[in-house]
Design a protein around this ligand. Structure first.
Ligand SMILES: Nc1ncnc2c1ncn2[C@@H]1O[C@H](COP(=O)(O)OP(=O)(O)O)[C@@H](O)[C@H]1O
Ligand SMILES: [Mg+2]
Length: 294
């Protein structure tokens, strides 16, 4: 059965999406893995890194996005015709084994979620809201991936910055999480905050349905060179003191303009510019990623 991985960091702009799409592409293209990318961020960066805005607009018009599945879980519709198999897009970027479950600009309505869960709590009677909420968080993303997981070696979820319901639910359904970070002091604080929140998440599910979630590793997106790079190295050393060596990837990703430019071609850099320094780093990182898995 497939392994489920979340890419998370409370901070935005640290390279979560770029890591998700390039790692997924390398796993499918160079290692023959069957990979599903799930876009849990309403900024839809992962979706738009893998398909053009035009294709996305068509997909959205046909309601073939994650939003349809989430709404159907929050408020089940007996007449709904589509299931997750209809929504997953295969053969993304013409790569065999690379599939995408497209995200959406509006994924769920917080008010409707709260109202539905309050109703459930009052119908069941003796259940408090927190128990109902915890259960919902535990199963929401799990329900979506359960019916497809047998088709994949890996499911990689691109989480939004912050720590919203989908991030928590995605983490609760994951075996591992990847933590991309820039070696800057505030980014390091972000790592520590996230680690504390994940510990709390595990604690809140410990009694009912313990999570089987572990950090696979911190991936540093490093700088170009010069003085900044020396400073970044000092910050990385500080992080190294806080983690076990096996929790840090040896491979870091250099800043490379080709990585940013690849988005224009709606393809990850590892297919758009496979010989660039960024691509080579992602290819090496993928090997290290595989060596860290059980
Ligand atoms: N290694 C890199 N080299 C150059 N630009 C990068 C690199 N990694 C990410 N970027 C750019 O930085 C921005 C933020 O990256 P992104 O992956 O979207 O971060 P996040 O998902 O954490 O918000 C994007 O414009 C992306 O193209
Ligand atoms: Mg992102």
């Amino acid at each position: 059965m497939g392994l489920v991985i979340s890419t998370v960091n409370m901070k935005g702009g640290v390279g979560k999406t770029t890591l998700t799409v390039n790692l997924a592409t390398c796993l499918a293209k160079y290692h023959g893995k069957r990979v599903l990318v799930l876009d849990l961020d309403s900024q839809i960066s992962a979706t738009l890194s893998l398909m053009s805005p035009h294709e996305f607009a068509k997909t959205r018009r046909k309601r073939r996005t994650l939003s349809y599945l989430l709404n159907n879980i929050v408020q089940p519709n007996p007449y709904s015709k589509l299931d997750v198999h209809d929504i997953v897009q295969p053969y993304i970027c013409n790569i065999e084994g690379l599939d995408l479950l497209p995200g959406d600009l509006e994924l769920y309505d917080e008010y409707v979620v709260s109202e539905t869960l309050h109703k459930q709590a009052s119908i069941v009677g003796n259940l408090d809201f927190k128990t109902v909420w915890n259960h919902f968080e535990r199963v929401l993303i799990k329900k979506i991936i359960t019916s497809v997981i047998e088709h994949y070696d890996l499911i990689i979820m691109d989480c939004a910055p912050g720590y919203n319901l989908l991030t928590r639910s995605g983490l609760a359904a994951s075996h591992y999480y990847l933590l991309p970070a820039r070696p800057e002091p505030l980014s390091v604080v972000g790592i520590q905050l996230l680690e504390r929140r994940i510990a709390k998440l595990k604690e809140s599910h410990q009694k009912t349905d313990p999570l089987n979630l572990n950090l696979l590793g911190v991936v540093f997106i490093s700088s170009g060179g010069g003085l900044l790079s020396r400073y970044y190295n000092r910050v990385m050393k500080r992080v190294q003191q806080d983690f076990n060596p096996y929790q840090l990837f040896d491979t870091s990703i250099p800043m490379d303009v080709n990585v940013a430019k690849a988005v224009d071609s709606f393809r990850p850099v590892v297919t758009a510019m496979p010989n660039s320094s960024g691509s080579k780093a992602f290819i090496k990182l993928t090997q290290e990623f595989l060596s860290k898995l059980p």
